[in-house]
Design a protein around this ligand. Structure first.
Ligand code: 5GP
Length: 203
């Protein structure tokens, strides 16, 4: 049976440490499936097609939208990003926890489809720390960093809609919190879970 309480969505400004936290989590767990989004953005150094993203062309993406293959999609930083429905459903059906690293537009759509999903917002304590992290990772040029900072501010406006907030000022502390939340979802109550337990009690 598909359990939408097994869905974890993480969002937050680029550079806040979402990818590092997800990578660390995958090292510590064996029942978490990281949802690999499709994107039209250029591959960055160190990224692998089919691992970090499915890197596809804009035409392929637009065909995907037409053919309804995406659970949700959004245009972020002028590139398309989307989550394919089939891979999520397969992972949930096999009892895995599905982890999404998506923006706040994606978080809203997934919560609409899967109301029992848990959402976590990850951010830095303030804007200047984010700026220095974006500069030090040197993945993007100055213009892109400025765009990302502006988008970070927009992204922050969605913070109220999240179940948990992790301020990533110390990686180990942030990771402890993240792991704790992931471990706790096994115990999350849902209507179907409590009904099932009540039925067993009636026997
Ligand atoms: P980046 O280019 O830094 O990998 O990601 C840019 C933004 O796109 C991040 O905020 C990331 O969470 C978001 N993103 C990645 N995949 C998806 C997706 O499938 N759907 C949506 N809505 N956002 C995504």
């Amino acid at each position: 049976m598909m359990l939408d309480s097994n869905i974890i969505i993480i969002s937050g400004p680029s550079g806040a440490g979402k990818s590092s936290l997800c990578n660390e989590l995958l090292k510590h767990t064996n029942n978490v499936y990281f949802s690999i989004s499709s994107t039209t953005r250029k591959m960055r150094e160190g990224e692998i097609d089919g691992v970090h993203y499915h890197f596809i062309t804009e035409n392929e993406f637009l065909d995907g939208i037409k053919n309804n293959i995406f659970l949700e999609w959004a245009k972020v930083h002028n590139n398309y990003y989307g989550t394919q429905n089939s891979q999520v459903i397969n992972a949930l059906n096999s009892g895995k926890i599905v982890l999404f690293d998506i923006d706040i537009q994606g978080q809203k759509s997934i919560k609409k489809h899967y109301p029992n999903a848990t959402s976590i917002f990850i951010t830095t304590p303030n804007k200047s720390i984010l700026e220095s992290r974006l500069k030090s990772r040197a993945l993007d040029n100055q213009k892109i960093i400025e765009d990302r900072l502006e988008l970070a501010f927009n992204e922050m406006q969605g913070i109220d809609n999240f179940d948990f907030i992790i301020i990533n000022d110390d990686f180990n502390n942030a990771f402890d919190g993240f792991l704790g939340i992931v471990k706790s979802i096994k115990f999350k109550n849902t209507k179907s879970k409590s009904q099932k337990i009540l039925q067993l009690w009636q026997k």
